[in-house]
Design a protein. Structure first.
Length: 249
């Protein structure tokens, strides 16, 4: 398994706009066809509580927002990437081989939003924060094929500076520090698996979390195993949507 770097959310601390360099992941939403089952699973696994917001649900760790769950046909954890100008960033997407899925619009009381897909078809959200800065800094890896082309796309849309870390893994830097990673998927290991974002959640005891995930109807696809950043496991929720739980060293 390739090396991965991680960044934890800061409990109880609201991050200011100045603390987000361009391209920093600031929020994640789970797109799932069964939101009720997702709430049962993630509530039981992480102790999250939920604030219903109509078509979507805010996930809370204590009083701190950490994610959202949205009833939708898609099956993925989708990432919000910070931009200082969502209109300008969205305009660059089609010219660079991506697809603009939703035109920029204002989310009253929160910020400015646009939804896009990269040249491999992996969706992501461009987010210009206003009142809502997100749930802290999440670490995410983009697992994709044709890595150099994908690196060039995100570098042009969000000014990432790619730094190769291993043969198949590249760190994307912004503001002088790593903010996300890109893993090259090879067909031997990843045959039939579509490109996707991998979301990391920090936990106190990944072995206990992996066991509990199975009790709650999830699956453990890999691990728990040791890594340079901590002990981790790749888990699928009851719908099969993957994420990584990690106990940092």
């Amino acid at each position: 398994m390739a090396q991965h770097y991680w960044v934890l959310s800061v409990p109880g601390e609201k991050l200011s706009l100045m603390e987000f360099s361009e391209g920093t992941p600031c929020w994640v939403q789970l797109l799932t066809p069964d939101a009720a089952a997702a709430k049962r699973f993630y509530g039981g696994l992480f102790g999250w509580t939920f604030d219903e917001r109509g078509a979507w649900t805010m996930c809370l760790d204590g009083t701190r927002p950490v994610a959202q769950i949205t009833q939708a046909p898609g099956e993925a954890w989708e990432v919000y990437l910070t931009t200082p100008d969502v209109v300008a960033a969205a305009a660059r997407v089609p010219a660079l081989g991506g697809t603009l899925l939703e035109e920029p619009f204002d989310v009253p009381g929160h910020g400015h939003y646009a939804r896009a897909a990269d040249p491999a078809g992996t969706p992501f959200v461009l987010w210009q924060p206003r009142e809502f800065t997100g749930g802290g800094v999440h670490w995410l890896d983009l697992n994709t094929r044709d890595g150099e082309r994908i690196d060039a796309f995100y570098a042009a849309v969000l000014s990432y500076d790619p730094h190769p870390a291993t043969g198949d893994y590249t760190l994307w830097h912004s503001g002088g520090r790593p903010v996300a990673g890109r893993l090259e998927m090879n067909d031997a290991e990843w045959a039939g698996v579509p490109e996707h974002w991998m979301t990391y959640f920090a936990v106190a005891d990944v072995d206990s979390v992996a066991s509990l995930a199975e009790d709650l109807g999830g699956t453990v696809g890999h691990g728990p195993v040791a890594s340079p950043q901590g002990r981790l496991a790749i888990i699928g929720d009851p719908t099969g949507i993957p994420f990584t739980a990690i106990t940092p060293t």
